[in-house]
Design a binder for this molecule. Structure first.
Ligand code: FAD
Length: 438
């Protein structure tokens, strides 16, 4: 078989890889994008529910503080939908615990835990004695109140998709400092779907994208780089590896990555999240005075909110992140569905038990995904892992939301990272250097 050749191979057609490819193609480079799935978008994905409605089963929401994805949405002439907040949020204790047995109402515990999580954490100064402290360890020191601690762990596990007892505190502080400040990250969603934004971006790269092509090996030499897939080899001058470090053990690197780069890559762990999209005939939660937003202390890591496309299509969207997702996966299909609907009935009333459509998407067991919203650094000593990987290795630049300076864990971060990696590659092709602010 004849070896194909190009200037740059981009591996991974999530938002990071697509953004890198767009930048490189605009600069006049010959690019081939390799994607293991039979579709583009990565963690941005859309499916038809049982009512024939196309809905985002992966990345969906944006906020006013995300300029890159907002610009892309605007360029594609797509409209944003801002879910209306009608009514009050809810917070629930474990079903097994009578509400009156709590020292104070669960809503109060969640209100305090939300303040600590969203306002206080970003201002926490890390002292040397806190180097190894985990999110769970920190909140245990921060407050003696068990209800606030449990609520805080639940919020953290939903937002980060990893056990609070495994997540180094510094990773959470960094995320807060580089994430949304004034508004919720779930401020708007895109009419149509977010996946359509990725698909339209890919349409502009037509002819460059090869689907169902899983990268298996990378050989670097003085003369260039050769990429191996199941169906052939491609020679290139440079490469953007827009595949999370959690997948690198499946790729053969020849020569092996330098020790510091490999160590930085191995500091990342998979997250674990299940997303729920549940359609109802009526927004019964509003009629009872609830907004549709609810947080639970047990099972930990669950959050639901209203993501109705319009009043005619009432929908609750939910996430279960961290260890609860693994326990949930072990249940039968019927057991999973009844757990979720019974919890929603506890929150908003018995109408929750009879949805028009129930859809769950398990990302934790998706072999090509990130498990959660991104991979998370779980090695407390790996404070420089992102900075090391942003430097690339030889002819390879790395990209992905987990390597972003800002909005890591979001589509915004993936776009930033893809463009940053592309700028590095262009600089190498042109014999220049590139700085983080470019
Ligand atoms: C349930 C869920 C909800 C989310 N909600 C939001 C949200 O509302 N707003 C938001 O901003 N973000 C959200 N996110 C996060 C966001 O979707 C991701 O952070 C972002 O899309 C990641 O993009 P990426 O390009 O870095 O990685 P990915 O999307 O993971 O792309 C990497 C690509 O590489 C491919 N690949 C892997 N291995 C190989 C291989 N060996 N060869 C070739 N290809 C390979 C994968 O198939 C994938 O397509 C959500 C994520 C999930 C899972």
């Amino acid at each position: 078989m004849r070896m194909q050749s190009c200037d740059v191979v981009v591996a991974g057609a999530g938002f990071a890889g697509l953004s890198a490819a767009e930048t490189l193609i605009k600069a006049g480079r010959h690019v081939i994008v390799l994607e293991a799935r039979d579709r583009v978008g990565g963690c941005s994905e859309a499916m038809l529910n049982g009512l024939g409605e196309k809905i985002d089963t992966g990345g969906q929401f944006v906020c006013d503080e995300m300029p890159l994805i907002l610009d892309l949405i605007r360029r594609q002439n797509r409209r944003l939908i801002t879910p209306a907040e009608r009514g009050l949020p809810r917070a629930l204790p474990a079903a097994s615990v009578p509400e009156q047995a709590h020292p104070h109402p669960e809503a109060e515990a969640f209100a305090r835990a939300n303040e600590i999580y969203y306002d206080e954490l970003r201002h926490v100064e890390l002292t040397p004695d806190m180097a190894d402290i985990t999110v769970a360890g920190w909140i245990a020191q921060r407050t003696p109140d068990p209800a606030i601690r449990t609520a805080f762990v639940s919020i953290a596990e939903c937002a980060n998709c990893i056990a609070a007892a495994r997540q180094p505190l510094w990773t959470l502080i960094a995320m807060h400092r580089n994430g949304p400040r004034e508004v919720s990250e779930m401020q708007h969603f895109v009419e149509g779907t977010m996946h359509a934004v990725a698909a339209t971006l890919a349409d502009g790269l037509e002819g460059h994208i090869r689907l169902s092509q899983k990268l298996s090996a990378i050989e670097q030499s003085d003369g260039g780089i050769v990429i191996q897939t199941a169906t052939g080899r491609i020679a290139a001058r440079q490469m953007v590896l827009a595949i999370s470090p959690i997948h690198w053990p499946e790729i053969g690197f020849d020569p092996p990555l330098p020790a510091a780069t490999a160590k930085a890559g191995s500091a990342f762990s998979r997250g674990d999240v299940v997303k729920f999209l549940i359609r109802y005939e009526r927004a019964f939660w509003n009629q009872r005075g609830w907004s549709g937003m609810c947080q639970w202390s047990e099972p930990s890591g669950i959050w639901f909110g209203d993501a109705s496309h319009d009043p005619a299509r009432p929908m609750l969207v939910g996430f279960m992140g961290g260890p609860s997702a693994a326990a949930f996966r072990a249940r039968t299909e019927a057991g999973r569905r009844s757990l979720v609907l019974e919890e929603l009935a506890r929150a908003f009333g018995p109408e929750a038990l009879a949805p028009l459509d129930y859809l769950e998407r398990d990302w934790g067991s998706d072999a090509l995904g990130l498990g959660g919203y991104s991979a998370v650094v779980t090695d407390p000593a790996a404070r420089d892992a992102v900075a090391i990987l942003q430097q690339g290795s030889g002819r390879i630049s790395f990209a992905g939301t987990d390597l972003a300076d800002a909005f890591s864990g979001y589509i915004e971060g993936a776009i930033w990272s893809g463009r940053f990696a592309a700028a590095q590659v262009l600089a190498r092709l042109e014999g220049r250097t590139v700085s983080g602010s470019e």
